[in-house]
Design a protein around this ligand. Structure first.
Ligand SMILES: [Zn+2]
Length: 383
């Protein structure tokens, strides 16, 4: 199955229904109308208002007879307060639909709000899987970056304010009903956003290809996402060509679906404290750790063969070492420093960072078991 076939198959799925096309944002109202809704909260951000994308979404909804209220109080790492404010805004206008038009932050904020609108309480009540209560409002997602894959996932990543921990709150009801992939929307993304989002997508494809709970279906999705990254990430970075941006949007959605079956691994466990404590961008943090995690995991024969299968699917030679080298080449192309030292991290930081990483849920799905000592070893190799 090729990536285009996979996306076409998705288009026939009940949830999420994925519609891909240049300029497909103009169909937002018509497609949302099929959900039988009348009042939408459109969750977006200031940068997208400046680029004019938010207004296009608003017009598309209005022209289909759907009342729209725009909400833009979205932070770069959405917190429980952002989700709470979004839920309050939706409640104030009696919204029967939440539309997120933006990057991972807008999508996670809207998704987090659906938990609160349906079940009340606090975001922390929903940390984990399957804790949703009540009837969720339909969610529609229009990603403007190719990275997080939140648009095809049942998880909202919401930061807990008091300690910066990322709470993964997942429920089957939180899977969006409709996803529009419009590559014209990614044209306005600044180069560092394209780089960080693409690195996150790459890391999702690689981590999901070897986790302890991966399934034949999720592996197929990981491989398809990885093939698209191999064919198009460099082009998206260098020229921003429309075809490359379309492929990267599809890669992000496919990798997001892979996460549903495979979960993630040690690169994400190690990266979350780097974001919470040092302020490192998520995509940069996961991809900086990824080559070191690949080398660590490749000591496990099963993980090594998982990496080999992934490499074969994209004609990369050299097995796990070849893969680690390719990831480092992408970091260079993206202008992201390889070492943690460039982020101001010193030797004495590693112990506390490893301790925090050992508490992260995603480490439990890593193919090779990790503990504080082994995580510190991986951080040391990345210093
Ligand atoms: Zn990620």
């Amino acid at each position: 199955m090729c990536a285009t076939e996979a996306i076409e198959r998705l288009a026939r799925c009940e949830r999420p229904r994925v519609v891909v096309g240049d300029g497909v944002l103009s169909r937002l109202g018509e497609l949302c109308g099929e959900l039988g809704v009348s009042r939408a909260l459109l969750v977006s951000d200031g940068g997208l208002v400046d680029a004019g994308h938010t207004q296009k979404g608003e017009q598309a909804l209005s022209s289909a007879g759907i009342e729209v209220t725009v909400f833009t109080e979205v932070g770069s790492n959405p917190t429980a307060s952002h989700a709470q404010a979004c839920a309050q805004a939706a409640s104030n206008v009696g919204a029967d639909l939440l539309v997120a038009l933006g990057g991972g932050s807008a999508m996670d904020t809207a998704k987090g709000a659906t938990f609160l609108l349906a079940g009340g309480g606090q975001m922390e009540d929903y940390w984990g899987r399957g804790k949703g209560r009540g009837q969720f409002l339909p969610l529609v997602m229009v990603p403007t970056t190719a990275g997080t894959g939140s648009e095809t996932q049942s998880f909202a990543l919401i930061t807990r304010e008091r300690d910066g921990r990322k709470m993964a709150c997942g429920d089957d009801q939180a899977v969006p009903r409709l996803v529009l992939l419009d590559p014209e929307l990614t044209a306005s993304a600044p180069p560092d956003v394209v780089a960080h989002a693409g690195l996150d997508c790459l890391t999702h494809a690689v981590e999901t290809a070897v986790t302890s709970c991966a399934t034949p279906q999720s592996l197929q999705l990981s491989h398809l996402a990885f093939q698209l990254v191999c064919s198009s990430f460099s082009e998206a970075l260098q020229t921003g060509a429309l075809d490359a941006r379309r492929n990267m949007l599809m890669a992000a959605s496919l990798a997001g679906l892979a996460i549903e079956g495979s979960m993630l691994g040690a690169a994400h466990a190690l990266a979350n404290p780097l974001t919470a404590r040092v302020g490192l961008n998520h995509g940069r943090a996961v991809a900086t750790m990824l080559p070191h995690v690949v080398r660590f995991n490749a000591q496990d024969p099963e993980a090594a063969s998982g990496y080999e299968a992934l490499c074969r699917s994209a004609a990369i030679e050299g097995g796990a070492e070849g893969l680690a080298g390719r990831i480092e080449a992408w970091l260079d192309e993206a202008g992201v420093p390889r070492g943690l030292g460039s982020a101001g991290i010193v030797e004495t930081d590693l112990g506390p960072l490893a301790e925090a990483a050992s508490q992260e849920w995603t480490g439990g799905f890593n193919p090779r078991p990790v503990d504080t000592a082994s995580l510190q070893g991986i951080l040391q190799s990345a210093l």
